[in-house]
Design a protein around this ligand. Sequence first.
Ligand SMILES: NC(=O)c1ccc[n+]([C@@H]2O[C@H](COP(=O)([O-])OP(=O)(O)OC[C@H]3O[C@@H](n4cnc5c(N)ncnc54)[C@H](OP(=O)(O)O)[C@@H]3O)[C@@H](O)[C@H]2O)c1
Length: 384
Amino acid sequence: MHRSAPFIRLCRTIGAKERLWITRFKLKQKGEIMGKIDFGGVIEEVITSEEFSLERAREVLKNEKITVLGYGVQGPGQALNLKDNGFSVIIGQQEGEDYWDKAVADGFVPGETLFPIEEAAKRGTMILYLLSDAGQVATWNRVKACLNKGDALYFSHGFSIVYKDQTGIIPPPTVDVIMVAPKGSGRTVRTNFLDGSGINSSFAVHQDFTGRAKERTLALGIAIGSGYLFSTTFEKEVYSDLTGERGVLMGCLAGVMEAQYELLRKHGHSPSEAFNETVEELTQSLIRLVAENGMDWMYANCSTTAQRGALDWKGRFRDAVAPVFEELYQKVVSGEETRIVIEANSAPDYRERLEKELAQIRNSEMWRAGAAVRALRPENRNKG
Ligand SMILES: NC(=O)c1ccc[n+]([C@@H]2O[C@H](COP(=O)([O-])OP(=O)(O)OC[C@H]3O[C@@H](n4cnc5c(N)ncnc54)[C@H](OP(=O)(O)O)[C@@H]3O)[C@@H](O)[C@H]2O)c1
């Protein structure tokens, strides 16, 4: 999109909030509908509570019975936000498990608002399928049998639908199949809601039986406390999500941190120094500047020595990891990654095995050094 020079100059001198306001204003002037936002020159549809209010969500969902299946990570985040926003919610969870007790501790009452999975699924008109992805595979035939004509089957990930050849999850044609996928942990879905912000979510409609699938989706997206909602497809969501978490968000992040920490240790730096230069400075200082105003802002607020070196090395790192990202994306698209996930997480002892792998990270020198560094933060030093 062409931008006039004065407009570009103006954008450079003002903050993000004002930029968003000006972009919306300009689009409105051009007759484009509200809710279309310019993301770096590409126009996308977004929905906030300005475009779709909580009151409207309440109106759209007023005759719905909302069932949340699963009380692991996303289940509690979304269910409690819905409840606090005034929606009545029931939970479906395997009885006798820790998560059942967690739902009771959070105020859900067995026989009233907390039921075994099938019982809860039968009672709902909107089924929020928030069991783990492997759990969805294991329970699908039982859940499918509980769906009625016109129900909405809701996912927070494109996994089960896109990889239907592996999951066997093919919903009947007489239900809406919709998705709201929060871009963060279920914990953050809840903590952001409680601190008055929200988490960004993508949304998609895979199957529109009732003709109301999109408004049902948006209503749920607002009702669970999304900051803003952006449009996607089930495929785009799952490809980007699986790539992101294996890549920059988790896998790549942990990998590059380990590589730098080990390099510094190999060359005689102390654990404290290696950890501070690798993790603590990032999480306590620099990434906060990136979150506030972007990467250029963070660079601009570091020394000119740091800027010069970072600008010179950025391209080398990008080029070094680009082929790994390409391989990752291809393995996501081919279904190799989901095959591994289903196999590993369907094993009866998957939680014990996972805990062993996480303990290895926790007990490594690097992350034990991290625990010591965190304990030394002034706000933690005086804690009992
Ligand atoms: N975690 C996140 O922050 C996050 C973020 C965005 C999207 N999502 C998506 O949200 C959905 C839920 O993810 P999650 O991370 O919240 O799941 P999770 O915590 O791994 O799921 C645990 C839930 O699934 C149940 N479960 C697992 N295996 C089961 C089985 N064989 N039979 C019956 N229940 C079973 C668990 O109950 P029991 O173990 O007691 O059986 C528990 O209720 C997934 O589609 C995920 O991709 C998650």
